[in-house]
Write a protein that binds this ligand. Structure first.
Ligand SMILES: [Zn+2]
Length: 314
């Protein structure tokens, strides 16, 4: 694959990315959905390690390029999800970082871009630690019997995390320098903006597919109940981690639909051509996509990857 990539894929994608006409030709018949994490000038070590943040200037560069090729999609208008002859880009931000909901919103306002923020309300309320980081610190301090943090995240149920949780442990204290999440006050201020909307990302950032149905229902409904106090809350759901099979499957999709989600979002990069699709797959732009060429190249590459992935499953 890497040989093929060097001699074939990279040059073709480069040609497509260098041409506005060709890029437009490829993307003009679809709505694209993007997901981001934190927008901040002071990310934590954890965010740097996992490439979860970028600066306001970087976001601004990306919005400028996107606005050249796409209209902005408005998630609060269900009709807007349908392709109506003009390509739209929808922006979403996962987890509820303070930087995004304070600094990031300033940039979105400048471009008049609607945004959908998928929140873990236990992190906003400060009721529980951020388990993904707890798993990493546990590994680092030798407190876990798992071979890797991801094995812990994807194999351990949320109930077990809660049972084993000791707020005073050295392990949990080591997480204090982690990502900073928005507060309730930040959310109240953010929702004064007419283009800011909130969605459900489970009460804490557990992997949906690793939970039994009762606990998954609790994580969804508990979060929904806290979100309901905001007039900007929409009944949309994004899967933590968001990868097919590992993080969601037919059982989770059915259950979460039954619990009230009007649409479910993943992190698989693939075209959303089907009219009024219930499952929405998203593209990602990181701090590496710092020029028009790189942004277009990345979107083309993700589209190709999504196409190959779904063709292999068909
Ligand atoms: Zn997330």
């Amino acid at each position: 694959m890497s040989f093929l990539k060097t001699i074939l894929i990279t040059p073709i994608l480069s040609i497509l990315a260098a041409s506005d006409f060709l890029f437009n030709l490829i993307f003009k018949n679809e709505n694209i959905f993007l997901y981001y994490h934190n927008i901040t000038s002071s990310p934590s070590e954890f965010e740097i390690r996992h490439r979860l943040s970028q600066t306001k200037d970087q976001l601004e560069t990306q919005l400028r390029v996107l606005s050249k090729f796409f209209d902005w999609g408005d998630p609060s208008n269900p009709e807007n999800f349908n392709f109506n002859g003009k390509a739209k880009a929808f922006l979403s931000f996962d987890d509820g970082y303070k930087g995004t909901l304070t600094e990031g919103i300033e940039v979105l306002k400048k471009f008049n871009t609607p945004s959908l923020h998928f929140l873990n309300m236990s992190l906003i309320l400060g009721n529980e630690p951020y388990w993904v980081q707890v798993a990493e610190e546990g590994q680092r301090l030798g407190k876990m019997s798992y071979s890797s943090p991801s094995e812990a995240i994807f194999s351990k149920s949320g109930k077990t995390w809660l049972q084993e949780f000791d707020a005073d442990s050295e392990w949990v204290k080591a997480c204090e320098d982690g990502p900073v999440f928005a507060t309730l006050d930040d959310l109240k201020k953010a929702e004064e903006e007419p283009n800011v909307f909130f969605g459900n990302h489970l009460y804490n950032h557990f992997n949906a597919a690793s939970q039994d149905s009762d606990f998954l229902s609790y994580l969804y409904l508990e979060n929904a109940q806290h979100l309901d106090r905001f007039k900007s809350a929409l009944s949309y759901f994004s899967y933590p981690f968001g990868q097919p099979d590992l993080c969601y499957n037919n059982d989770t999709i059915r259950l979460i639909e039954k619990l009230g989600a009007k649409r479910q979002f993943t992190t698989t990069c693939v075209s959303n051509k089907k009219r009024d699709s219930y499952m929405i797959h998203r593209y990602m732009l990181t701090e590496d996509e710092s020029s028009e060429f790189k942004i277009k190249y990345s979107l083309l590459e993700q589209k190709l990857r999504g196409f190959l992935f779904f063709s292999s499953k068909a």
